[in-house]
Design a protein around this ligand. Structure first.
Ligand SMILES: Cc1cc2nc3c(=O)[nH]c(=O)nc-3n(C[C@H](O)[C@H](O)[C@H](O)COP(=O)(O)OP(=O)(O)OC[C@H]3O[C@@H](n4cnc5c(N)ncnc54)[C@H](O)[C@@H]3O)c2cc1C
Length: 411
């Protein structure tokens, strides 16, 4: 087990992979071009641990709503028009994945791993001093009486999968979150869900644990993967590093490396944003998501973190000021007057058109493994994905069906 493993990516996926590999005795080095905890996607997310969220965006009702969502100034969806031509093949694959059968396939296999997500986190939390960085106050979704069919669909699919959910009426929502303006009609509450008070600090605590256990970190950009027979080699800007096995876990940026390995995996990004309202976190006790407008607010150490938007625009376009404005207006709609916002942030959800992640060995090279594409749920799914990949590298048996996550589904 003391073979040498190289991982590209020090986000929640890369670090979780590393910690579970160390538990099995592997000698692990992580590569990242940024310092761990810098402003990558694992830093700026909404901090939800959402084991209930098995229904993804490839669903039967979404396509019909797209034109209205794009035209609405309060809605969650946006495009960078210069990127649309590049994304057409992805959109076509996405549309093919919105049939009822495909929607249920994704929901079933997201549920399989989401169901194990919190226990996997607890295995890592047991090894750090969590202080008060995780709250166990549940997560609340609220809605007004538009698009009720979509809400019914979500409730029905989660019921079919056996996800526990508590429907709440206006009075119950008010009792849970008295500061929200009463525009809502009803909602659903997941009392067992949790939230992070500061995802960056949790990530850094995991990283310190990794170093304490003998892990190594190289701050380098992995440009290319080469091979000497079947032995993988990372080529960075400065030098080359040889490993027994490697893992590509660099979120939305993984495609550059998988293309380099000769596999055409249709990974793209759903861009998302956040802003903070400092010193306002007393206004909410838990994350609240306003389903009709597709945004949410999480009380964090930084204040209220307002998070949302699905923007198709690739990795290189600049931040859109109109999306920041949209978040600010939506937050004020929910809570009334708020001070001037801080920290405009753009992040990159790594998303495949069937909304399942890629977890498993590469198609072409037996010593190369993948762990990316966890879209809206990569924060929740870090440790469970790391645990699964570490089991694969250790050649252990599992009673999970891991075929649906294989990259081979795209060949
Ligand atoms: C607005 C928003 C809100 C979200 N909210 C939630 C939520 O509440 N709950 C949830 O579960 N999920 C949420 N997510 C999704 C979640 O944040 C992501 O799925 C997850 O962070 C992805 O983690 P990762 O480790 O795969 O990638 P990243 O966090 O992007 O990390 C990838 C790392 O790889 C490095 N890298 C890339 N290429 C190279 C290279 N060639 N060489 C060296 N290093 C490289 C990068 O520098 C980076 O550090 C949200 C996402 C967004 C955008």
């Amino acid at each position: 087990m003391n073979s040498k493993i190289g991982i590209v990516g020090a986000g929640i996926q890369g670090i979780s992979n590393a910690l579970f590999l160390q538990k099995k005795g592997f000698d692990v080095t992580i590569f990242d071009r940024e310092e761990p905890g810098s402003q990558v996607t694992s830093y700026g997310n909404a901090g939800h641990f959402s084991p209930y969220a098995s229904l993804s965006l490839n669903r039967t009702d979404v396509l019909a709503d797209v034109p209205a969502m794009l035209l609405s100034s309060t809605g969650p969806l946006a495009l960078k028009w210069n990127y649309v031509p590049k994304m057409i093949p992805w959109f076509i694959k996405f549309i093919k994945n919105t049939t009822k059968n495909k929607m249920m396939h994704t929901a079933k296999y997201m549920h399989q791993i989401l169901n194990l997500a919190l226990p996997a986190y607890d295995e890592l939390f047991d090894e750090i001093n969590l202080e008060n960085l995780v709250e166990n106050k549940g997560i609340l979704y609220i809605w007004d009486n538009k698009d009720l069919k979509s809400r019914e669909l979500e409730i029905k699919v989660r019921d079919e999968l056996g996800v526990k959910q508590q429907l709440v009426n206006k009075h119950e929502i008010h009792d849970l979150e008295p500061h929200i303006k009463p525009f809502y009609h009803a909602g659903v509450y997941y009392p067992y869900a949790r939230h992070a008070r500061n995802p960056k600090k949790i990530l850094l605590k995991f990283f310190e644990l990794f170093l304490k256990k003998g892990g190594k970190f190289e701050k380098s950009n992995v440009q290319k993967i080469k091979f000497n027979n079947q032995t993988p080699i990372f080529k960075t800007d400065i030098k080359e590093y040889k490993f027994d096995k490697i893992i590509i876990a660099c979120g939305a940026f993984s495609k550059q490396l998988t293309d380099n390995l000769g596999e055409k995996i249709p990974l793209d990004t759903e861009r998302g944003y956040h802003v903070h309202f400092k010193n306002c976190d007393h206004l909410l006790s838990r994350p609240v998501i306003y389903s009709n407008r597709g945004f949410g607010i999480t009380p964090m150490e930084q204040g209220l973190r307002v998070v949302g938007t699905v923007e198709f625009g690739g990795l290189k376009n600049p931040l859109s000021k109109s999306r920041i404005k949209n978040l600010i207006n939506n937050a004020k709609h929910m809570l009334g007057d708020l001070p001037v916002h801080e920290d405009e942030w753009l992040g990159f959800r790594p998303t495949l058109p069937d909304f399942l992640p890629v977890i498993g060995p590469s198609k072409n090279y037996k010593n190369v493994f993948y762990c990316f594409g966890h879209h809206h749920l990569g924060w929740t799914l870090g440790p469970i994905s790391g645990k699964i990949v570490s089991g694969m590298l250790a050649e252990e048996n599992t009673n999970l069906n891991l075929d649906p996550y294989s990259s081979v589904r795209f060949s």
